[in-house]
Design a protein around this ligand. Structure first.
Ligand code: NAD
Length: 480
């Protein structure tokens, strides 16, 4: 008997109109559990519950520190069941157990950070002369709809749930159809933390059914979406139709510029982290490396040895930090990556290492390096969302920046050099929401994150994200 997971609507578990769906472990091919999927009528009930709580004013009536404490308690609940949550996440998503544990810790960090921010939001007083008293108030939008992808399901949900609740919004969250199980546990965690029934609703469901119904629902006041560009465009259209703001965190094709004076030993560690964690399914992955032609062969040899040293297999068997790499999240994702690699080879690229799926159950693509890649080719322009890195060459820093900026994306970028002037110049010229110097993923929950270009708009993380969840009201009082 497999376990069954439910939706969480208005403070209780609920079946769903779209029926039961089996959730597969991508690392073994086995069924992890059955999940009730929501349909449009479940979305209706969840939005109605969230609206009711918002309109009651119960969350905004609280002193912000109280809301903040409840948000922080949700993070504490995650950590109290760290191992249980991590194992469930590992089994439904395919990542290694050590990565799943990190994801739970990082998710708890969002609840800590935004819980602490709750009481820091303040309006201002605007001088209008002796005849007036004028001030601004920051108010929540109301119902925040949050549509989550499958690569970091718990962490990305934590990012928006914590910020929305801390600012006094209510939430309807739709998890990814591939990874709904662990996300559903946020429902009871909110209740235990003291949030009223209906403040947080968690739905599992298909994108074109529950997802579309939620994004287009007239009772939603703000939308946060993380996922592909194609879906992001549909979400933006739905938001425009209802005149509600949205935050779009979309894909990337981010480049690391490796200068000839960089510390190559340190760089290896950054590549390991940047493209070969989470099986490369990271929107801000280091999916391109741009280096000088004289240095290329040395770099490729070193990285090939590194790639071969990474032991790939089922996530549950890889619990030690930095031990191995897990599965890709689904069969179609693996097939898509294989198709891109095959077309890259047809375009003239060479596979230095990897490139072929492992012949075992589960969806495994080993760490893959492509060389001789034309910067204009499909593989250099398209997000593979897999453990695949392209090594490109540039004659000088200016050309490297040009190649780095030469895609429609602009999520993150990086430069590796010991020369501060080169680093600063590149950081200024790179087009992206976050630039890393000498450390990929440098930053944290405190630092703003989001895209330029087709990587989306709006910012998550940091104090910057708070402004996506509040609107300004100005109160002007005419004095007698
Ligand atoms: P996706 O766009 O297919 O799905 C994302 C979510 O949207 C899922 O919950 C899905 O059910 C839902 N959805 C699908 N169609 C919908 C519709 N018509 N209306 C409403 N919702 C719909 O993306 P994915 O395949 O789950 O995730 C991979 C992509 O997400 C990659 O391109 C990756 O770069 C991007 N991503 C970006 C970030 C970021 O922060 N920028 C983070 C993670 C993933």
């Amino acid at each position: 008997m497999t376990e069954t997971y439910f939706n969480w609507i208005d403070g209780d578990w609920a079946e769903g109109g779209a029926g039961l769906v089996s959730i597969e472990n991508p690392g073994t091919g086995e069924t992890v559990a059955q999940q009730h999927f929501a349909d449009a009528s479940d979305v209706e009930r969840a939005v109605a519950a969230a609206r009711r709580v918002h309109q009651s004013g119960v969350l905004t009536a609280l002193r912000p520190v109280e809301r903040g404490r409840m948000v922080r308690a949700m993070g504490d609940a995650l950590l109290a069941r760290l191992e249980e949550n991590a194992q469930l996440l590992c089994r439904e998503q395919g990542k290694t157990l050590w990565e799943a544990r990190n994801e739970i810790r990082n998710s708890a960090r969002y609840f800590e950070y935004y819980g602490n921010q709750a009481e820091t939001l303040e309006g201002k007083q605007i001088p209008l002369g002796a005849g007036y008293f004028d001030f601004t108030v920051l108010e929540p939008f109301g119902v925040s709809a949050q549509i989550i992808p499958w690569n970091f399901p718990i962490e990305i949900a934590a990012r928006s749930i914590s910020c929305a609740l801390a600012t006094g919004n209510t939430c309807v969250v739709k998890s990814s159809e591939l990874t709904p199980l662990a996300t559903s546990l946020y429902g009871p965690a909110a209740k235990e933390a003291g949030f009223p029934d209906g403040a947080l609703n968690i739905l599992a469901g298909w994108g074109d059914e529950a997802g579309a119904a939620l994004a287009g629902h007239p009772g939603v006041n703000q939308i946060v979406f993380t996922g592909s560009v194609a879906t992001g465009s549909k979400i933006a259209a739905a938001a425009a139709k209802n005149i509600v703001p949205c935050v779009l965190e979309l894909g990337g094709k981010s480049a690391a510029i490796l200068c000839d004076d960089a510390d190559l030993d340190a760089f290896e560690g950054e590549v390991r982290k940047g493209i070969w964690t989470n099986a490369g399914q990271i929107c801000s992955a280091m999916s391109r490396i741009i280096t000088h032609p004289d240095q290329r062969d040395t770099v490729v040899d070193r990285l090939t040895a590194l790639a071969q040293s990474i032991d790939v297999g089922p996530g549950m068997e890889r619990a030690v930090p930095m031990q191995g790499m897990g599965a890709m999240a689904s069969g179609p994702q693996l097939e898509r990556a294989e198709g891109l690699i095959a077309r890259a080879e047809a375009d003239g690229a060479k596979v230095a290492v990897g490139g072929r799926r492992l012949n075992q159950p589960g969806h495994f693509l080993p760490p893959t390096i492509l060389t001789d890649v034309d910067p204009a080719s499909e593989i250099a322009q398209t997000e593979v969302f897999a453990p695949v890195v392209c090594v490109l060459t540039a004659e000088d820093d200016a050309q490297a920046v040009e190649i780095a900026n030469g895609t429609e994306y602009g999520l993150v970028g990086g430069v590796f050099t010991r020369n501060l002037d080169r680093a600063t110049r590149a950081a200024r010229q790179l087009r992206g929401g976050q630039i890393f110097v000498n450390e990929w993923f440098a930053g944290g929950v405190e630092t703003p994150f989001g895209g330029y270009g087709k990587s989306g708009y709006g910012r998550e993380k940091g104090r910057e994200a708070l402004w996506n969840y509040v609107q300004t009201k100005n109160v002007a009082i005419k004095l007698g």
